[in-house]
Design a protein around this ligand. Structure first.
Ligand code: MG
Length: 403
């Protein structure tokens, strides 16, 4: 298993460490086309990249392990090129079940294995953070949970002559989707215990161990691309008009006692600290407000009320990931983030590249879509007197019209 980037930091309030496995090792014989369907193009991105970005858009997910076919290493690298984030790959096995097992074992071998795991099919690209949220929430009370859609069509079973043999009552019938979520130790134990038996999905495997799996509401657009016409359906769904949105954010934090400041997600040693309820990262707070502004969805204080115990000393990366997740929930795209920090000291220049890389990682963006600038205020005003640091940010988004 190859590590690409440092681990994402997690706020303890977000629950146990969460990893995701994206299954992308199949050959997709029903799909046709030039190659495996997970590398097919949907609105400029491969299905695999859509899926990885969608999983990473949920704030709880810290790392993604893609299970790929050994022949696809180059295609995989190309598919995730430029993505800042903890995305790794392991080779798949002979079956989907064996592939998932390989992913689970690679996570089990980490110094700190996750507490929860999401197992997602790369061929379901249009995953919303809210679906991930419902699956993870259900894991509070069940060892497994899957998104599913209630069957609404009348169901018929055919006879050998091609005519209807019977009508099947649809009451209590659901169409299973992914990501399927599990408490990590439970699903790992199930895969290890029953490697010889074939199961239709991971929920089925966990149930074979006598464990409960909860159903949560899925999403109609979370369909699995199986044939070329499925891809056309998704293209149509995404082809609606889009509009640019610009948002502005501004924040100030005062200096207080301490030996470091956190700016743009980077810890910088300094003779003072910044006062605030969270880690007081004035740069990330301004970026959050810029994104919330572009969405017209309130501000950071609305989503994370100051004074709530959960956010005391919190890593502000959590706030930025929430803002980015709201963009994903609207099926929008962050096009660009531009941050300006105003202070006399500490000097920002030596840390600029680290800040850009960290912001790109948190926001799941290529590095060339993140700018960090700095200026002094020529010793004028509160920043000039070194009483605090100010930050200005602009976010540019693309959103579906009427979203
Ligand atoms: Mg603030």
């Amino acid at each position: 298993m190859r590590r690409r980037m440092a681990k994402r930091t997690l706020n303890p309030a977000a629950g146990p460490r969460t990893a995701a496995i994206v299954v992308a090792a199949g050959r997709g014989s029903r799909f046709g086309g030039d190659g495996p369907k997970q590398y097919a193009n949907l609105a400029g991105r491969t299905l695999l990249r859509w899926s990885v970005e969608a999983i990473l858009a949920h704030p709880a997910v810290e790392l993604v392990c893609c299970v790929i076919h050994p022949d696809d290493q180059a295609a995989f690298e190309e598919a995730i090129a430029g993505l800042q984030g903890d995305v790794t790959s392991v080779p798949g096995g002979a079956t989907r079940q064996a592939s998932v097992r390989n992913g689970l074992e690679s996570l089990a071998a980490l110094p700190a294995p996750p507490g929860r795991v999401l197992i997602h099919d790369a061929a379901r690209p249009l995953l919303l953070p809210s679906v991930v949220g419902r699956v993870l929430a259900a894991l509070e009370t069940a060892p497994g949970a899957i998104p599913a859609m209630a069957v609404v069509d009348t169901l018929k079973r055919s006879g050998p002559d091609g005519r209807i043999a019977e009508t099947v009552p649809r009451v209590g019938l659901w169409r299973a989707q992914t990501p399927q979520g599990f408490r990590f130790a439970d699903i790992l134990a199930a895969h290890r215990a029953l490697p010889q038996q074939e199961f239709t999905d991971d929920a089925d495997l966990l149930q074979a161990m006598g464990q409960q799996v909860a159903l949560v509401e899925g999403d109609e657009a979370l369909l699995k691309v199986t044939t070329a016409s499925d891809l056309v359906r998704l293209e149509t769904l995404l082809a609606g008009a889009r509009e640019p949105r610009t948002g502005f954010g501004y924040d100030v934090h005062a200096f207080g006692p301490g030996d470091h400041v956190t700016l743009g997600g980077v810890r910088i040693p300094h003779g003072k600290g910044l006062a605030g309820h969270s880690d007081a990262d004035v740069g990330l707070h301004a970026l959050c407000d810029a994104i919330y502004g572009a969405l017209a969805e309130g501000d950071i204080g609305h989503h994370f009320p100051p004074g709530e115990a959960a956010w005391r000393g919190a890593d502000s990366a959590l706030f930025l990931r929430h803002a980015v997740g709201r963009v994903a929930e609207r099926r929008g795209t962050v096009l660009h983030l531009d941050l300006t920090l105003v202070c006399e000291r500490p000097k920002i220049g030596p840390h600029r590249d680290a800040m850009r890389a960290r912001i790109a990682e948190i926001a799941v963006l290529p590095l060339d879509r993140v700018a960090v600038k700095a200026t002094t205020s020529e010793r004028l005003g509160f920043t000039g007197r070194e009483e605090g640091i100010a930050a200005h940010a602009v976010a540019t988004l693309s959103l579906p019209v009427l979203s």
